[in-house]
Design a protein around this ligand. Sequence first.
Ligand code: SF4
Ligand code: SF4
Length: 361
Amino acid sequence: MLYKEYGKTGKKVSAIGFGGMRFTNPQNVDECAEIVFHAYDRGINYFDTAPHYCEDKSEDIMGAAIRQMKPGTFFTSSKSAKANGNKLRGDLERSLKRLGVDTIDFYHSWCLLSLESWEERKVGGAIKELQKAKEEGLIRHIAVSSHLQGEEIVRVLDEGVFQGVTLGYCAINFPYREAAVRRAGELGLGVVTMNPLGGGIIPMNPGRLAFLKTAGDRSVVEAALRFNVSNPQVTCALVGFSSKEHVDQAVAAMEGFQPYPLEQVEKIRDQILESFDQICTGCGYCLPCPEGVNIPQMMDVYNQKILRGGDVKHMQDQLRNHWSKPASHALLCSRCGICEDRCTQQLPIRDRLEEIGKLEK
Ligand code: SF4
Ligand code: SF4
């Protein structure tokens, strides 16, 4: 296993982390905890969970596994999205109890979806409460997790509150949050990436995404994980494991692996961008839209259609659950065409928006 230092914390974290959001049978806590312990046994030491993941069982599962681990040999991560300080404190105390620990190593202000909600968290006392809990020793490091675009996350990170950031970042959408990853590196923050396998899209499309592979990669999964952790700013890529076999595959991708040199990472990025066909890369060059349409988010919804076999359910899920937007957001488009002139992938943005707009009719 490859280990990397989490920002300036001095903590050596496994380059692959366990994301506790994809257990297939979460009601069977012991069976799921065995998968977590197996990962620990194979060298994974970063365990990420949150309230409400997996029918609200994820923290119980992680706690059951952690109780069997040797103290001081693993790191815990959990989260609260509350803006109100007292409510955040309630979440934190519940997480500590369920995980069976006195301190959570990395505690996140969770799922920041807008800069307005960032302001609400400051005004509502959540950020102060995080700092207080850190002083009390209930939290070791304060981090933020966000689905915002890179430049917006940069504004949050620049306020100097956090020691790390957790964000979605993978081989098929890396330009969308590149600015935040780079800024986090400049600020000396840890960077944990969510969805390094594109939420399952990458393993589902080994043929279409074969261009991700470089010499030595046995699969697109291996290629995507290696690409992710080769980024010098990325500390740890979180994989949502649902079986011991999945753990073994990810661990195998890291066995004896050393991050690619920077020039090679840049070369792979160029190859990926050149090889995309009809897929939005999230680069953001199409912005701003005069009508306020978040084009990269909407095109990411359309990516689901292309890469998941045309099932509209995946598009609807991505709209509602990932981006928290109604389908009518796409209908703000006045069809001016400015974005299509700017689009690096020459996508038919207007037609795609029209299609998305019909999703909930
Ligand atoms: S075509 Fe639509 S989405 Fe594109 S810039 Fe114009 S209004 Fe915005
Ligand atoms: S629509 Fe085009 S320009 Fe906009 S983010 Fe996607 S690929 Fe980039």
